[in-house]
Design a protein. Structure first.
Length: 468
């Protein structure tokens, strides 16, 4: 329901806020019905508290975003920027009395330049929509989070998201050339460039990537594009142990190969995918490794990688014969998180990244943690860059099991730090990992980051309670 200026529920503070918002926004852009705003209160993370927003605003222009931020600053109202709410850390969760600033209506692709190999987009553009649009020009936008059919470019920038192809093509931060950002007081800041090179001043663009809406609101992004690569072919290798699969990953990378994808699924994940999709993946395997190449001669590359897998102890190596078979294998990997959620109904998805050389230690440690807490924990991983997603499956209605799930989640993060890794490779910090961010950065690091936050948001109204 759309609440008009007259219909909106109000006390003195809320009424003043709504009146001020409606001075610069159309009535349909301001939502206050509690049944409607509740849908905007949280993202997809578990164990992350969410408050009740005073209103949800859905601007369509930069000027409307500026009006919202000016109003919020004048009235000292917190603002929580949001995209599609597919995040997994609580970074988009509302706080009590806040304005949820949903950017999903700002969804225009403003420019695609094949010569400059850039796209200029608004934050609400869905990742898959952009990918298909640039493909018509023979170009590609490589970052491909698993939620690419739903997630928005603004959300990808806010969380510095990754994806399956990061091992070859890198993460979102490597494709953001410039940004238009509305600051907390409503001023418009332009950062970065349209050019292939540029080193003028501090790199403020990179500062905003991964800041989870805590420094400003991205309203436009200039993104780098790549020539569209050839269709990739995929190889599947079965292993009798996760350690052997991780050994194969190390051999592949040490031998100088540059796969377009190198993904791992443990036996728990394979079983869950089979139960959900009936794909018939080999449940006798302890670990399934998927490797892909989009080179001019992918078959030759797959043969070389297949030999390395066999040397590491693979029990079976099956290269796909065509792109259709390759896509079927990739669909299995993309189904992993949904399949694991179906095991018990609720999941906590960890996002620990470790050096590739410690990947085997990470998986062995997760297995010990699962046994210790008597839980099902499946692991799927972007193995080529060491980014693991241990996924704790539990029954949220069982208080003891929920407690054990949370404790196991924390122990997995501690293990990642012990192995020289980081608490998040691509999902962000949000609410879920605030405590762990402080442990990873240390007191000096936290203090410097808080000073940066203070410089951009002196009143602390932008996404409060996240990160720190």
């Amino acid at each position: 329901m759309i609440m008009s200026r007259i219909e909106a529920p109000r006390d003195e503070v809320t009424g003043n806020l709504l009146d001020r918002l409606l001075d610069g926004l159309p009535a349909e852009a301001v939502l206050t019905d509690p049944d409607v705003t509740a849908a905007y209160a949280h993202d997809m993370a578990s164990f992350c508290p969410a408050g009740i927003p005073a209103a949800v605003v859905l601007p369509r222009t930069v000027e409307q975003v500026q009006h919202v931020l000016r109003t919020a600053t004048e009235l000292r109202v917190p603002v929580v920027p949001q995209g599609a709410r597919t995040g997994l850390s609580g970074a988009a969760n509302a706080s009590d009395g806040c304005l949820v600033l949903s950017l999903t209506k700002m969804d225009r692709i403003l420019e695609i330049s094949p010569v400059d190999r850039i796209a200029v987009v608004e934050p609400g553009v869905v990742n898959a929509v952009l990918s298909r649009a640039v493909a018509e020009h023979g170009l590609s936008y490589p970052p491909d989070p698993s939620s690419w059919e739903m997630c928005t470019i603004g959300g990808n920038i806010g969380t510095a998201s990754g994806g399956l192809c990061c091992v070859k093509y890198g993460v979102t931060a490597e494709y953001v050339l410039g940004l238009d950002v509305v600051l907390a007081d409503g001023r418009l800041l332009s950062t970065g460039r349209r050019t292939a090179k540029g080193v003028a001043g501090y790199d403020l663009t990179r500062l905003f990537v991964g800041s989870e809406g805590s420094l400003g609101v991205v309203v436009r992004a200039t993104l780098a594009l790549k020539p569209q690569p050839p269709r990739q072919l995929v190889l599947a290798a079965e292993f009798a142990s996760a350690a052997a699969a991780c050994d194969a990953v190390c051999r592949i990378m040490a031998d100088g190969h540059v796969p377009s994808l190198l993904e791992l699924m443990d036996r728990t994940t394979v079983k869950a995918v089979n139960e959900l999709t009936r794909m018939g993946l080999p449940e006798t395997t302890e670990a399934l490794l998927l490797a892909a190449f989009d080179t001019p001669d992918p078959a030759a590359d797959l043969a070389a990688v297949g030999a390395l897998c066999e040397a590491a102890g693979a029990t079976q190596v099956v290269p796909a014969e065509d792109t259709a078979e390759s896509e079927l294998l990739l669909q299995a990997r993309r189904s992993s998180l949904v399949a694991l959620e179906a095991v018990k109904g609720t999941t906590m998805i960890d996002d620990v990244c470790v050096p590739r050389s410690r990947l085997g230690d990470m998986l062995e440690g997760v297995e010990r943690i699962a046994e210790k807490y008597r839980l099902t924990i499946g692991v799927c991983a972007h193995a080529g860059d060491g980014n693991t997603h241990p996924t704790v499956c539990f029954d949220a209605a069982d208080p003891d099991e929920a407690r054990r799930a949370r404790e196991s989640f924390d122990e997995i993060m501690a293990l990642g730090l012990e192995l020289g890794g980081t608490i998040t490779g691509e999902h962000g910090v949000g609410v879920l990992k605030k405590e762990w961010l402080a442990r990873e950065l240390g007191p000096v690091g936290v203090e410097m980051q808080r000073q940066i936050k203070q410089a951009f948001d002196p009143l602390g109204i932008l996404n409060p309670g996240k990160l720190f």
